[in-house]
Design a protein around this ligand. Sequence first.
Ligand code: P70
Length: 470
Amino acid sequence: MTPPRTMGQQFGRKSWAEPWKIKMVEPLRLTTRAHRERALAMAGFNTFLLRSEDVYIDLLTDSGTGAMSDRQWAGMMLGDEAYAGSRNYYRLEEAVRTHYGYRHFLPTHQGRGAEHLLSRTCIEPGQYVPGNMYFTTTRAHQELAGGTFVDVVIDQAHDPTSLHPFKGNVDLDKLEGLIRREGPDRIAYVSLAGTVNMAGGQPVSMENIRVLRALCDRHGLRIYLDATRMVENAFFIQEREPGYAHRSVAEILREFCEHTDGAWMSAKKDGLVNIGGWLAVNDGELFEELRNLLVLFEGLHTYGGMAGRDMEALAIGIEESVEDAHVRSRIGQVRYLGELLQDWGIPIVVPVGGHAVFLDGRRFYPHLPQDQFPAQALAGHLYLDSGIRAMERGIASAGRDPRTGDHHYPSLELTRLTIPRRVYTQAHMDVVAESVKSVYDARQSACGLRMVYEPRYLRFFQARFEPIAD
Ligand code: P70
């Protein structure tokens, strides 16, 4: 028996700890395997359709699932619920301006509300929208507006084993090729995401945004940034990019945003709140148009679908989110889980990203063809083993090509173990790791799934599946 070792010792470094202590707890419920088998069958083998009461450790998403601080809860009591001109709106506007920049700001009910407005105003039918890998809701809104998304992320992003430190980077040759082929007028804008979700939470480097800016300036193109997890991106720049080790996450965030023309955010992630979002741009005319549409789809421009108290909590959340100690411990926890799995030879996306550990469904279940939904099946097996809930990020999420009606076959077939911010402890991570290992050890007996109900939009949310018996 080797003597027990601290977490730091296990990985040959000093231990770190969360920069907070716990003031309130929410009990978790353990269930039996028989209970979970019933629950998963009722949910059509789709973890989105499980009741949260039937889940033990919930790693479906980091979206709206974080824990607010005592300061944020105190801020909730300062909600000014005036229909127009709420004090909290001005606080939030100030927080976004301080930390992200941009001249004009609008609150939205969540990220996709902002995506809807931006796509509607900035895409003309028939135009292309190049981006560093698709995101489900982002692409869906671009397509609804008549645009066609074009993937211009570097090839390494599609390779789960590539150790490139900035797998979210735009491949400038791919983008330039598109501009040359189609002409800049047929390009709506560049849709750039910080820490690319579907690639495994992989960052974009400062050098890449700088060169991208210069290229776009040459062709008169705008860059709009999905800043949903841009704070985490700033941390990776601090950690990996020469010249940034001594700059704060907050400074790096501001510098990065300065290279873009506007941004939107699902504030439910880095923003440390349970609901909310925003859209901010530099162009005054575009802003007027957006502000006008906002009243049609979201709410008046001083609340945009958020309660006053929620805007206050977000203003405080933004301030807390850019503190170096917070980001370091948040990403450190994700990395701890990832390194445990890697140590045990379990196939995951490397380098471990910002918000989640992504299991590689192709290497996990090499005997399952992609149209039998290996990553969806893996999420199901994990739930059956321990009550842990993960999310499929593979062929089910990728949906169909709107023109041909065929499945998109994404290169990445992943199951995402998403870590909510400030919610679970290291002990939970150990339990998760052990459950993943037991599912991995039983991998040979896993069978695939058949989709028996397929909704038209964003099918992964509500689709139903059945196991394919041998
Ligand atoms: C997730 C959530 C939301 C999201 C995002 C990025 C990079 C925009 C949004 C939309 C929730 C989700 C959404 C679709 C499929 C599965 C899960 N991501 N950009 O879990 O923001 O949800 O506030 O409308 O990650 O990754 P919102």
